[in-house]
Write a protein that binds this ligand. Structure first.
Ligand code: DX5
Ligand code: ZN
Length: 229
C-alpha cells in the first residue's frame, strides 16, 4: 500500500549558501537523500526573487539527485519547457498561479517530468479536486511561500490527512509533499498525517551538520511511519 512507502527528505537549497552550492549538495548526499528541492521565485507571485533556469542546469551537472523544482512564479506555463530541459525531474505548479492548472500539469508531464500541484495555506484541498487523478504529487505549503525560516502553520496537517483520505478513497497515486517550517519537532506529526516528501531548508542547511540533520529527520520519519501503519 502506498501509505507505507518510505518517507523522503528533500533538502531545500534556498537555505544553503549559494556561493557553495556544490558543498551543500555533497553534504546532503552524504546524509542519504535522493531528492533536492529547488525554489524558484519571481518577485511577482511571491515577494522574493531566488533562482532560475541556469541554476537548475548547473545543479543537473553537479548531482544525480532528483531535482524537485517548485515554481513560485506567475505564468508558469511559459517556463515549464525551460526547466524540464535544464534537468528538472519533478515540477510543481501553484494552483493560485494560473487559471490553466490542468494545462500546466499536462505540459509538465509532456516534457517528461513528474507533475505536482501546490496549494498555499489559504487554499483548501477542494480546489485541486479536478486534477488529483492526474498528478504525481501534491505539495501542501505549510508556510506562506516566498521565504525560508518561517514557522510551520499547523492547519497544514489536516490538509495532508484529507489528501491521504481522498487518495485512498479514489485509488489515486499521488505522493503527498509538505514544505515550510519542517524540522525534527514536527516530522512525526506530518508523517503520521500522511506526508511522504518532507521539504526542509533551514533545519538542514542552518544546522552544524546537514548530513546528520537529514539522517535525524529520516530516522524520525521512519519511526513515525512505523507507528502509523
Ligand atoms: C518557501 C519555500 C520553501 C522553503 C522552506 O517559499 O517553498 O521550500 O525553502 O524553507 P524552511 O524549511 O526554512 O521553511
Ligand atoms: Zn519550496
Amino acid at each position: 500500500m502506498r501509505a507505507s512507502a518510505a518517507v523522503e527528505v528533500a533538502p531545500s537549497i534556498l537555505a544553503a549558501d549559494f556561493a557553495c552550492l556544490g558543498d551543500a549538495i555533497r553534504a546532503v548526499e552524504r546524509g542519504g537523500v535522493s531528492l533536492l528541492h529547488v525554489d524558484v521565485m519571481d518577485g511577482h507571485f511571491v515577494p522574493n526573487i531566488s533562482i532560475g533556469v541556469p541554476v537548475v542546469a548547473s545543479l543537473r551537472k553537479a548531482t544525480r539527485l532528483q531535482l524537485d523544482v517548485h515554481l513560485m512564479i506567475e505564468n508558469p506555463e511559459q517556463y515549464i519547457e525551460a526547466f524540464a530541459t535544464a534537468g528538472a525531474d519533478m515540477i510543481s505548479v501553484h494552483q493560485e498561479a494560473t487559471p490553466h492548472l490542468d494545462r500546466a500539469l499536462t505540459m509538465v508531464r509532456e516534457h517528461g517530468c513528474k507533475a505536482g500541484a501546490v496549494i498555499n495555506p489559504a487554499t483548501p484541498v477542494v480546489m485541486l479536486s479536478e486534477v488529483l487523478g492526474k498528478v504525481d504529487h501534491v505539495l501542501v505549503m505549510s508556510v506562506n511561500p516566498g521565504f525560508g525560516g518561517q514557522a510551520f502553520i499547523p492547519e497544514a496537517t489536516e490538509k495532508i490527512r484529507e489528501l491521504r483520505e481522498i487518495r485512498d478513497r479514489h485509488h489515486y497515486n499521488y505522493r503527498i509533499e509538505v514544505d515550510g517550517g519542517i524540522g525534527p519537532e514536527n516530522v512525526a506529526e506530518v508523517v503520521r498525517a500522511g506526508a511522504q516528501i518532507l521539504v526542509a531548508g533551514t533545519s538542514i542547511f542552518h544546522s552544524a551538520d546537514p548530513a546528520a540533520a537529514v539522517r535525524e529527520m529520516a530516522h524520525l520519519a521512519s519511526e513515525a511511519l512505523a507507528q502509523r501503519v
